[in-house]
Design a protein around this ligand. Structure first.
Ligand SMILES: [Zn+2]
Length: 583
């Protein structure tokens, strides 16, 4: 192929940028306006409005003559108490526990109906392999087990494997050990009953217990917890011995289960062989509804519509636009166009599809995920791309296909945001992830359609079209790379114990860790940090990028003092912070 031909083809391959005000931009504007409209009520999971959004997408596919379907998965939308009774016996004394004050059911709790089961205190209910063990020497079977929710921020617990830290993981272990019930000792009042992350309902009854509810029925549990923190040794205690402490419990929960939609459409490939292989283009359709959960807008945002124009009406509209354009392009491989529900609740829709694929999973060769692509900065247009499970070379090649008028900051691995592509990379499918960055309206009622950069969105759609066609028409598709699929935990692998409150600018910055803003009421805000500042030192450590910042932050605990140095324009500024714990 002569150089001019390759130059011509190369020119043809690089994304052609649609003129501003293009037809594509108009269609994108129309779809975002509808999906982020007040009447769609923030497309909450379990809301009928999310079904309306799915029906809108399905109509678009039908109008294009594409084969399309709605796949539904179960989602616990609401959970409420139907029957309840809790009686604590201590020696001769009997005392009812008050629901909503002393105790409350936890959203994934099972039902209960038992009498006088003895209590045992089991610290935090953890067992560190070859190390700390709250279970050592304790009888758990058929006991009511009291564990504290909050893990101590001491080194002894820092090495507890990530998957075993969550309350759910600890309760599941007690269920396996056939405990009769779990009482979760809170640091304060009992937590209100609400649906918990994920589609989970356990068999074991689980109650949230306010800090003082037991009185002295189990002695001084706070002293035991302090002993654990101070000594790093377990302080479990069985209350089957005198004074006998037991619980009689009756609990029946009612769950409203909704069937949440995923929408899947197919553009069949034109190549007799390659059409058996699929390239997935995906975006989540759900958002936060009225902000019952995951809202960052504070108490006043609860009950307000969270329109989610950028998160993720922008990505949802972009995938519809790709469907329109790729149908015309007649790719060699087949294209699956997917709109997921349940992303905000833990990637539920995409992980459901991976477990119940509508098309042969082993034939899915690559996945492109668009989540929050509506806020390309017109002044400094930069797209963030992740390549979880994709070979580095594929990401480099993709960058070369980008139009000249926006730059790309690419990072293999999981650095750039968690979203539905993670369900695919965990199924060993290489992915690209597209994201225009975090902003002050993220997960707030202010994420509205009037803030969307539609000319930018149209440019990204053109780029997405180029990449999708490149993959669909190539002789071979880049293979899955397990190295880049690793979800890297930074620092000591333990959880982040302090909250600082910066909104990261995920784009690489040669000088340090640049921020896009600060969260209200945070330490960063109190120190006077602002959008555009570049953090260069934290707590005596040099900060060259977001990883260094996470490491430096991860090395601190609540109450620690840390000197922070940052650049603002050509000024170097510094202040000392007293770090606060995560709430
Ligand atoms: Zn999102």
């Amino acid at each position: 192929m002569g150089p001019w031909i390759s130059a011509f083809l190369a020119a043809a391959l690089v994304a052609q940028v649609p003129p501003s005000g293009s037809a594509a931009e108009g269609r994108l504007r129309r779809d975002v306006a509808f999906l982020a409209s007040p009447e769609l009520k923030g497309r909450g999971n379990g809301y009928p409005e999310l079904d309306r959004a799915a029906a809108h997408i399905l109509r678009e596919w039908k109008a294009l003559g594409l084969k399309a379907e709605i796949q539904r998965f179960p989602f616990i939308a609401k959970v409420a108490r139907e029957e309840q009774g809790a009686l604590l016996t201590h020696g001769e004394e009997e005392r009812p526990l008050v629901w909503g004050r002393d105790v409350e059911a936890v959203g994934f709790s099972g039902d209960a109906d038992f009498r006088r089961k003895p209590l045992v205190f089991l610290g935090h209910g953890v067992r560190v392999p070859g190390g700390y063990d709250d279970f050592a020497g304790m009888e758990v079977k058929d006991r009511v087990v009291v564990i504290a929710r909050t893990l101590p921020d001491t080194d002894g617990f820092a090495h507890l494997p990530r998957g075993e830290r969550s309350l759910l993981a600890r309760v599941k272990r007690l269920e396996t050990e056939r405990a009769a019930a779990v009482l979760v000792l809170e640091d304060g009042p009992a937590r209100p009953l609400q649906r918990e992350e994920g589609p989970v309902k356990l068999d074991i009854p689980v109650l949230s217990l306010s800090v003082g509810a037991l009185g002295d029925a189990c002695g001084d549990l706070q002293a035991r917890l302090k002993a654990i923190r101070d000594t790093g040794k377990p302080a479990s205690q069985d209350f089957i011995y005198a004074p006998w402490t037991t619980l009689t419990l009756k609990l029946k929960l009612h769950r409203e289960e909704a069937q949440v939609p995923n929408v899947v459409a197919l553009i069949p490939g034109r190549d007799p062989q390659l059409r058996k292989e699929y390239i997935v283009l995906g975006a989540h359709l759900d958002h936060l509804g009225l902000g019952e959960r995951h809202s960052l807008g504070g108490a006043e945002a609860r009950g307000q519509v969270h329109p989610g124009a950028d998160d993720n009406a922008s990505g949802a509209a972009l995938v519809v636009e790709l469907g329109r354009e790729l149908k015309e392009a007649r790719p060699r491989r087949s294209i699956l166009l997917m709109h997921f529900g349940g992303e905000e609740e833990g990637l539920l829709g995409s992980s459901h599809w991976i477990q119940h694929p509508t098309h042969p999973l082993e034939s899915v060769k690559f996945m492109l995920n668009f989540d929050m692509v509506g806020r390309l900065d017109p002044a400094a247009p930069k797209l963030l791309m992740g390549g979880l499970g994709a070979p580095k070379s594929a990401l480099e090649a993709a960058k070369k296909l980008a139009p000249a008028d926006f730059s790309i900051s690419a990072d293999v691995g999981a650095a750039v945001g968690g979203s539905d592509h993670m369900s695919f990379s965990q199924a060993k499918i290489p992915t690209f992830f597209f994201f225009t960055g975090i902003h002050g309206e993220y997960h707030r009622p202010t994420d509205t359609a009037d803030r969307i950069n539609f000319a930018g969105l149209a440019k990204l759609a053109a780029y997405g079209r180029t990449l999708a066609l490149d993959l669909a028409d190539a002789e071979t598709v880049p293979a899955f790379d397990p190295e880049t699929a690793k979800i890297v935990m930074r620092g000591n692998g333990g959880p982040m114990r302090v909250a600082f409150g910066t909104l990261p600018d995920y784009a690489d910055n040669p000088k340090g860790f640049r921020i896009n803003g600060v969260t209200r009421g945070s330490t960063a805000e109190a120190m006077g940090l602002q959008a555009g500042d570049i953090i260069i030192r934290f707590g005596g450590r040099a900060v060259k990028n977001i990883y260094d910042f996470m490491d430096a932050l991860g090395a601190h605990k609540p109450g620690d003092k840390a000197v922070v140095q940052w650049l603002r324009g050509d000024q170097t500024m510094q202040a000392e912070a007293t770090l606060k714990g995560r709430s």
